[in-house]
Design a protein around this ligand. Structure first.
Ligand SMILES: Cc1ncc(COP(=O)(O)O)c(C=O)c1O
Length: 308
């Protein structure tokens, strides 16, 4: 259950949390076209709060809008500063931000180009996305029977509500079967991503992850991990990944803003590596924590200070 904060930003102004409601004829509610992004703010070692890679998240939000022909009334700069304001107004130093652009009511046909486009920014505290001990013990994943849509069937690079029907069905499927998380294959049979995160595997010291032409969301955390891994001297190969590669990997982990870096200890009841969190995963978790929450300032371009 999300704990209520004070205010939600709606179309340029802050409204009380309980007053931020929408009409049931809201077009996006019916047809699944609402673009959103998920961003995290961290209280770092210096005590101050910083949003992590806000610029990249706002860029992706506007790319999602572009892919869906949505024209937000605000500029990327306005949404960027409204995100920071939303944290300030709510006094939230460590938590999750969700900017969203959606189609309002008016015409009810699938094609409703004249309906108003609304923007909103919500913030809430979010505990560990995949359970409290996921980062320490690793999770049990299962390949879902729900393949990620083919790029010819959907705008797979857009982070839109409609895309998440596929994730939600996969997650429900594997949770009912007793697993923690679903991994999707693409319709060509190659590994795509998890229901809300990207997938990496390590084999003989090399990292592998599906490339950007695959049916995956272009994860900001995925990019962060690739940069950090290369800085640590590792080789990262972006390309096609098979289910067998996952089963035979030394280590597998998932990356996402909400999930951060989550080790996978089992896939389809097959133990990954020795079944414990591997050294590469640990190293990357430590680097990620130091960059987001700690005192490492080697990537100042990734940090936006929230301020008072
Ligand atoms: C389907 C999907 N893939 C990947 C990711 C990871 O993206 P990011 O690292 O930008 O949060 C997410 C999370 O937003 C997601 O929902």
């Amino acid at each position: 259950m999300v704990e209520k904060l004070k205010k939600i930003w709606c179309d340029g102004e802050f409204v009380d949390w309980d007053a931020a409601t929408i009409h049931v004829l809201t077009h996006s509610l019916h047809y699944g076209i609402a673009a959103w992004d998920g961003v995290r703010a961290y209280q770092r070692k210096d005590g101050a709060s910083y949003v992590f890679r806000l610029r990249e998240h706002i860029d992706r939000l506007f790319d999602s809008c572009k892919l869906c022909l949505l024209k937000p009334a605000q500029s990327p700069e306005a949404i960027f500063s409204a995100c920071v304001q939303t944290l300030r107004v709510n006094g939230m130093v460590d938590g999750y931000l969700r900017p969203m652009v959606y189609v309002g009511d008016g015409a009810m046909g699938v094609y409703a180009p004249d309906n108003t486009i609304h923007s909103t920014i919500m913030a809430w505290r979010w505990a560990a996305h995949l359970g409290a001990d996921a980062n320490d013990r690793g999770i049990r994943a299962k390949i879902s029977s729900f393949a990620r849509p083919h790029p010819a069937s959907a705008v797979v690079k857009a982070k839109i509500t409609g895309q998440y029907t596929n994730s939600a069905l996969a997650r429900a499927e594997v949770k009912h079967a007793g697993y923690d998380e679903a991994i999707h294959l693409a319709v060509d049979g190659y590994v795509s991503e998890a229901s809300g995160s990207n997938v990496f595997l390590a084999k003989r010291g090399v990292l592998y992850t599906p490339d950007l032409a695959s049916a995956i969301l272009e994860g900001v955390t995925r990019d962060t991990v690739i940069v950090l891994a290369r800085e640590l001297g590792m080789t990262v190969v972006e390309g096609r990944v098979t289910r067998e590669q996952l089963w035979l990997a030394d280590e597998v982990f998932l990356t996402g803003t909400a999930a951060e870096i989550v080790p996978v200890r089992e896939i389809d009841d097959r133990r990954i590596g020795d079944g414990h969190v591997g050294a590469i995963t640990r190293k990357l978790q430590e680097r990620y924590a130091d960059i987001t929450r700690g005192s490492d300032t080697s990537h100042p371009e990734w940090l936006t200070r929230v301020g008072a």
